[in-house]
Design a protein around this ligand. Structure first.
Ligand code: EPZ
Length: 417
């Protein structure tokens, strides 16, 4: 079992290039199933969730491989329309293969993605939407058995909640459907725009992605294409939080500040200097950090739930009281135990977390509870006095490319054993 060993206290100084976005790469890799031709994805992050998606693609009969930092996928021969249970268990978010495999083959069998560390993670919104498009779905023994006798039909679908995954699944099922699909109350995350731009480059007709009303006009066939995945706004926010926590100055390149308009002001409230220019951010931490006004996690363009853990970690030593309200997932404070053991003063009351800034944090042995919670523990460990040992870092590797190399390249004392 690998661990990260972090000796806190070093300021961060230097330049980081931001990886491609995990939450854009995954639905775009599923979308490649619809093309039936070769797809070349530039800036595709080499993270374990992407390797899991590649294993699913291979299982379906696609050819999928990395050529340097470029993922190459050819879905000419789809030989299977089921996703095995262990592959589904590997990555909860593989649920959007359902829409892609249905769109391509007209049937799909996969096991229900297990509830994961963020709560039950239901897929009721996905299911009710696909049924409206004519999919016959049988749920039994933890499996979903889906088929469309006469092909998918476009439909008008109003989402009860702007679910990111459900919006993506509907788009994937709708691009080759008969007729037009209109999604209202759609999720507006930038990763959905990236998926739509990729599919439109393959010949799809998707309008309105990024807004809450998306129209997809079904087409007969898609071609392959070459596409560059957007930068990862959450990974970018993570490294800014690490710098705020440890102190220092960071230049971030290949990022997209316009995706981060609800995150960057929070760092400015903390007292950090944030200058943005096209695809760069110049960031300087001013110590001591100040506590910030209450942060409510919201769907895009609100403050993202994915940034809650590591922004909280940076605030553990800020002067004053900060408050978070986690509105998206019901169990997304699993990193608080580790932070408290480091000396943080955090009170959890249901969805609300109250953080009293403390002078010091101390290095401890702890383990990553989930992907962003693990990033939060790393963020705090960089500022803690002494040595921290973080285990279960497979969670962190799901979404960050070589986090220890990125951080040590700007001065952190961190290594993987
Ligand atoms: C996506 O998950 C992201 N994952 C998550 O990032 C992110 O936290 C989340 O969107 C919110 O932004 C990927 O894109 C691969 P949702 P997803 O459907 O699609 C409830 C990370 O850290 N819900 O918008 O699963 C659900 O339980 C990951 O990179 C239903 O009730 O998020 C949750 O409470 C973690 N029924 C809320 O909606 C449904 O059918 C948001 O879920 C679907 C969702």
């Amino acid at each position: 079992m690998q661990k990260l060993i972090i000796n806190g206290g070093n300021k961060l100084n230097g330049e980081i290039r931001i990886q491609g976005a995990k939450n854009a790469a995954l639905p775009i890799m599923a979308a490649a199933v619809l093309c039936g031709e070769k797809v070349v994805l530039h800036n595709c992050p080499k993270i374990s969730d992407v390797y899991s998606a590649m294993r699913i693609l291979t299982y379906l009969g696609c050819k999928a491989s990395f050529d340097g930092n470029v993922a190459v996928i050819n879905s000419e021969n789809i030989t299977c329309s089921a996703v095995s249970e262990e592959l589904m268990r590997e990555m909860r978010s593989s649920i959007f293969f359902l829409g892609a495999v249905l769109g391509r083959t007209g049937k799909c069998r996969l096991s229900l993605p297990g509830g994961c560390d963020l709560g039950p993670r239901p897929i009721d919104i996905h299911i009710s939407a696909l049924r409206k498009m004519g999919v016959h779905i049988k749920e039994e023994y933890g499996e979903l058995d889906c088929s469309v006798e006469k092909g998918l039909n476009g439909a008008k679908i109003a989402l009860s909640f702007p679910s990111v995954g459900a919006t993506e699944n509907i788009i994937l099922a709708a691009v080759l459907a008969k007729g037009t699909t209109v999604i209202s109350n759609a999720a507006r995350e930038p990763e959905i725009i990236d998926l739509a731009e990729f599919l439109n480059k393959c010949g799809a007709k998707i309008h309105g992605a990024g807004g809450s009303r998306i129209t997809i006009i079904g087409v007969k066939k898609l071609s392959g294409c070459e596409y560059k995945i957007m930068p990862d706004r959450i990974a970018c926010a993570t490294y800014l939080a690490c710098t705020a926590s440890a102190g220092g100055e960071l230049v971030v390149t290949d990022c997209r500040p316009t995706d981060m308009e609800s995150i960057l002001p929070v760092f400015e409230q903390m007292g950090c200097l944030v200058h943005t220019l096209d695809d760069r951010i110049f960031f300087s931490a001013k110590y001591p950090l100040r506590a910030v006004a209450p942060i409510r996690t919201m769907v895009y363009p609100g403050f993202p739930t994915d940034a809650q853990a590591f922004v909280m970690a940076a605030l553990c030593r800020a002067k004053g009281t900060s408050v978070f309200v986690e509105n998206i997932f019901e169990n997304r404070y699993k990193h608080v135990g580790g932070l408290t053991r480091m000396g943080a003063d955090i009170l959890i009351e249901g969805k609300v977390a109250v953080i009293e800034g403390t002078a010091k944090l101390y290095g401890v042995k702890t383990e990553a509870p989930d992907l962003r919670g693990g990033a939060g523990l790393v963020t705090a460990a960089l500022a803690a006095e002494g040595t921290s040992e973080i285990s279960a870092i497979h969670h962190i590797d799901r979404g960050y490319v070589e986090i220890e190399n990125v951080l040590s390249s700007v001065g952190a004392d961190i290594k993987r054993i």
